[in-house]
Design a protein around this ligand. Structure first.
Ligand code: TRP
Ligand code: PEP
Ligand code: MN
Length: 433
């Protein structure tokens, strides 16, 4: 099967999936339906989607501080976009389940030794030893438990005082002060506080200001895991209950593959990644298989063409889909088409390329009169040095200082805020009146 681990112990695997099949769902059908309705607003051009988090979560980084840090960064980005672009922002964390990775090669070689590639904490360990790299189905149970722990934190933090708009200043605390994005954020937070004072003086008091709507999603890669957590409602509809939103990766979107077959069965809102080689006929066939009823909010196309290709490849795709009368969400992943290896050997991305892909994506949509529905990014709340450039000016020589990702390079806190500000400006400047 495409990109599935070669589990050495099938008996152990069956025992694990049986336990997962009997476990409580992590999310409920009604929540998924609610997200689908929110995404329908994105498809109509009335809202914006912000999706972000680690390339690969690890079991070690599910601690309270790591989750709170990512959430803070996402809330800051969301508030920048909501306030500066004046549109509702649908927020989906790439969190609480992002533990499995597709790999371009099934094996990795180092110093003459060949071992299975690291496929994410859901499958094996990152350490380069035969022991660590052996796929272990017990890890699927840890994936479920870590997802549950993370989701619990996410629910508590977004539903309690932490996400209260009165905390806009607090979210910036502890981050490097004096950074251009951080200072700009402080000014925006002042304005928001004034607006809140004004509303309070007017007698406005609503729950909407003190809690954030927040959903979680991951790549639905490991079908044994997803299948075991699939539940039917009384009306007979099936839902993946591992997350609200699942997407199919660039490497597993074969029309006749198992992933497309599984995703066509479930009723969650879903995404499909589209790389630079995605041709219009394939995209239309994906639309027919995954959204035959043309249900607004059901399908999100996440385009990751690369900054140098997006302006060429996107127009035809958008036009063809629009001519089918489909209301899909178009989202820009400006990360995965812009990865390269620095002279130091680090896998990295340039902030300018990331920004340029977002600009190209937005230009194409505005030229066609369609809606640039959102962004899908890899980020962390920490001040890592994994991507080059941005307000902090991480240089290629700096990459080694704090390069901590378990897989792809992530935007750090300042780079993430910077991107949100640029996006809000772009959106305001080029949006047709
Ligand atoms: N409830 C609204 C929303 O989720 C407004 C809101 C409250 C908000 N807290 C937030 C928006 C934090 C962004 C970030 O959009
Ligand atoms: C990812 O999102 O980490 C990923 C592997 O992306 P893609 O499927 O677009 O290559
Ligand atoms: Mn990635």
């Amino acid at each position: 099967m495409n990109q599935q681990p070669d589990w050495p112990d099938q008996v152990a695997l069956r025992a694990v999936t049986a336990r997962l099949a009997a476990a409580p769902p992590l999310v409920f059908a009604d929540e998924c339906d609610q997200l689908r309705r929110r995404l329908a607003a994105v498809a109509r051009g009335e809202a914006f989607l912000l999706q972000g988090g680690d390339c690969a979560e690890t079991f070690e980084t599910t601690g309270t501080e790591a989750v709170r840090g990512k959430l803070r960064t996402l809330l800051q980005m969301a508030v920048i976009l909501t306030y500066a672009a004046a549109v509702p922002v649908v927020k989906i964390g790439r969190m609480a389940g992002q533990y499995a990775k597709p790999r371009s090669s099934p094996v990795e070689q180092r110093d003459g030794l060949t071992l299975p590639s690291y496929r994410g904490d859901a499958v094996n360990g990152r350490e380069f030893t035969a022991e660590a790299r052996r796929p272990d189905p017990e890890r699927l149970l840890r994936m479920y438990e870590s997802s549950a722990t993370t989701l619990n934190l996410v629910r508590a933090l977004t539903g309690g005082g932490f996400a209260d708009l009165r905390q806009v200043h607090d979210w910036n605390r502890g981050f490097v002060t004096g950074s251009p994005a951080g200072e700009r954020y402080e000014r925006l937070a002042d304005e928001i506080e004034q607006a809140l004072d004004f509303m309070q003086a007017c007698g406005v008091d609503t729950r909407e200001l003190s809690t954030a709507d927040f959903f979680v999603g991951h790549e639905g890669l490991l079908l044994e895991y997803e299948e075991a957590l699939t539940r039917s409602t009384e009306s007979g509809r099936e839902y993946a209950t591992s997350a609200h939103f699942l997407w199919i990766g660039e490497r597993t979107r074969a029309l006749d593959g198992e992933h497309v077959a599984y995703f066509s069965r479930i009723s969650n809102p879903i995404g499909v990644k589209l790389g630079p080689t995605a041709d219009p006929d394939t995209v239309l066939a994906l639309l027919d298989k995954l959204d035959p009823a043309r249900e607004p909010g059901r399908l999100t196309f996440v385009v990751r063409a690369g900054a140098d290709r997006v302006r060429d490849v996107l127009p035809t795709l958008v036009e063809k889909v629009a001519s089918e009368g489909a209301r899909v969400c178009w989202v820009c992943d400006p990360m995965h088409g812009n990865t390269f290896t620095a002279p130091s050997g680090h896998k990295t991305r340039r902030f300018d390329a990331v920004l340029d892909e977002v600009v190209g994506f937005t230009e194409v949509h505005h030229a066609l009169g369609t809606h640039p529905g959102g962004i899908h990014v890899e980020l962390t709340g920490d001040d890592v040095t994994e991507c080059i450039g941005g307000g902090y000016e991480v240089r290629a020589e700096d990459l080694r200082h704090r390069y901590e990702t378990a897989c792809d390079p992530r935007l750090n806190h300042g780079q993430s805020l910077d991107l949100a500000f640029r996006l809000a400006e772009l959106y305001r400047a080029t949006r047709p009146a």
